[in-house]
Design a protein around this ligand. Structure first.
Ligand code: ACO
Length: 401
């Protein structure tokens, strides 16, 4: 038997923390969360104020540059981002290598990783200016990449970016427009989409951001690091939950079937969980869910849509929040619970939901990556383990086993 005390005797303090529930992996001045109070601040600004009053470009600037931009700074930043929206033409060939029925997250993961093959020579990550260019490129190209993944999946031709449109307007046109037809951006949809982007922009050391930091800590190419973050985000316990939440709400169908699903969520022998409920950090309402709950009603009203899924969601929330199981475990709706209702009303298929999350979270990923690389004390991330395997033993030739 391995003597663990001896093995780790010279490592100083040694903690075993599966899932990193109580270990800070870094210092950061970007995002603050108080999970008990349901508070989320970016550089000190409350998320509800940012969602209500600012734009995604302002929030992107804030996360990257520590302060909100002046009018001139915002114009300059928006212009810079719009200058980088194009993809290398050869990347469209890359898309055609994917099966038609590929999940758009699989495509996004592959295409963003492939960007590292296009910008391999210009990314000197020790140079802050180069880092900023890589960050701008990523923020700018994600809408193009996401829209192309969608177009490819439905067999329509790709649309080039239109840089006279807003960041979000341009994305909507590339997604829902068709060649040779004028696409008029609906301000209600543009506003709702921009809000969703703001609400997903950053969330401190969640699984995908930690993945980006860990990948980046070895000095890896930033495009490859973001591809790693996208891969991590895809899982149903993380970014994939918005897709899973809407699928669940559709499966429930009508409010009278809710008790059946609540009972399943409480049954320890059933792996089913209420998707869009619970959070590692929030043990109170996720403040983003509050904003989205309100926005979902407004968007559906303004678009004149009456989606029964919203009624099911509201009733599920009401019933779950008065149930002792959910009260005791402090399980509240998270950001994924209502976002699907809005995205579906806008016209996105569920497979695109996590892609939109990745698009928005790219801003947080690059801000966190920049913060890490610019730290002079930065070290490669290298967690340890508690070894539980066999003690040392001698090799036995294959014929003698
Ligand atoms: N439905 C039913 N029970 C739940 C749920 C849920 N959605 N979430 C947690 N629980 C229960 C667990 O079974 C566990 O019960 P136990 O103490 O009796 O074993 C207890 O609550 C604690 O849950 P953990 O899984 O230990 O909590 P953790 O912090 O590890 O997980 C997570 C958080 C992954 C978000 C979890 O709540 C979950 O799976 N939720 C559904 C998926 C989801 O909505 N994910 C999106 C997260 S937000 C984001 O990524 C943007």
């Amino acid at each position: 038997v391995i003597d663990i005390r001896k093995l780790y005797a010279n490592t100083g303090a040694f903690t075993f923390d599966p899932g990193f529930t109580s270990t800070a992996s870094c210092e950061s001045n970007i995002t603050y969360i108080d999970g008990d109070e349901g508070v989320l601040l970016h550089r000190g600004y409350p998320i509800d104020q940012l969602a209500e009053k600012s734009s995604f470009m302002e929030v992107a600037y804030l996360l990257l540059n520590e302060e909100l931009p002046s009018k001139a700074e915002l114009e300059n930043f928006t212009y810079t981002i719009s200058r980088h929206t194009m993809l290398h033409e050869q990347l469209s060939t890359f898309y055609r290598g994917f099966r038609r029925d590929a999940h758009p997250m699989a495509i996004m993961c592959g295409v963003v990783g492939a960007l590292s093959a296009f910008y391999h020579d210009s990314t000197d990550i020790a140079d802050p200016h180069q880092r900023m260019i890589a960050s701008h490129r990523l923020i700018a190209k994600m809408p193009t990449i996401a829209a192309m993944a969608y177009k490819y999946s439905i067999g329509q031709p790709f649309l080039y970016p239109r840089n006279d449109l807003s960041y979000t307007g341009n994305f909507l046109r590339m997604t829902f427009g068709v060649p040779a037809e004028e696409y008029v951006v609906d301000p209600v949809i543009e506003d709702a989409m921009d809000k969703i982007f703001i609400l997903h922009a950053d969330h401190e050391q969640n699984a995908s951001t930690s993945t980006v930091r860990l990948a980046g800590s070895s000095g890896a190419n930033p495009f490859a690091c973001i591809a790693a973050g996208i891969a991590c985000l895809w899982g149903p316990a993380h970014g994939g939950a918005n897709e899973a939440a809407l699928n669940m709400l559709r499966e429930i169908g009508t409010p009278d079937r809710i008790p059946e699903y609540i009972a399943r969520a409480k049954n320890k022998d059933d792996p089913f969980r209420l998707m869009g409920f619970g959070h590692r950090v929030y043990k109170n309402f996720d403040p983003r869910a509050k904003v989205l709950s309100k926005a979902a009603g407004e968007v559906l009203d303004k678009l004149g849509r009456n989606d029964p899924v919203l009624d099911t969601a509201r009733e599920l929330e009401r019933i779950a929040l008065s149930d002792p199981y959910f009260i005791d475990k402090k399980l509240y709706p998270n950001v994924d619970f209502y976002s699907g209702v809005i995205l579906s009303a806008i016209g996105f298929p569920t497979t695109m939901f996590t892609v939109l999350f990745a698009l928005a979270r790219t801003v947080g990923w690059v801000a966190q990556w920049n913060e890490m690389i610019s730290d002079p004390e930065q070290k490669i991330g290298r967690p340890r383990q508690l070894y539980t395997g066999p003690a040392k033993r001698d090799y036995v030739a294959v014929g003698n086993r």
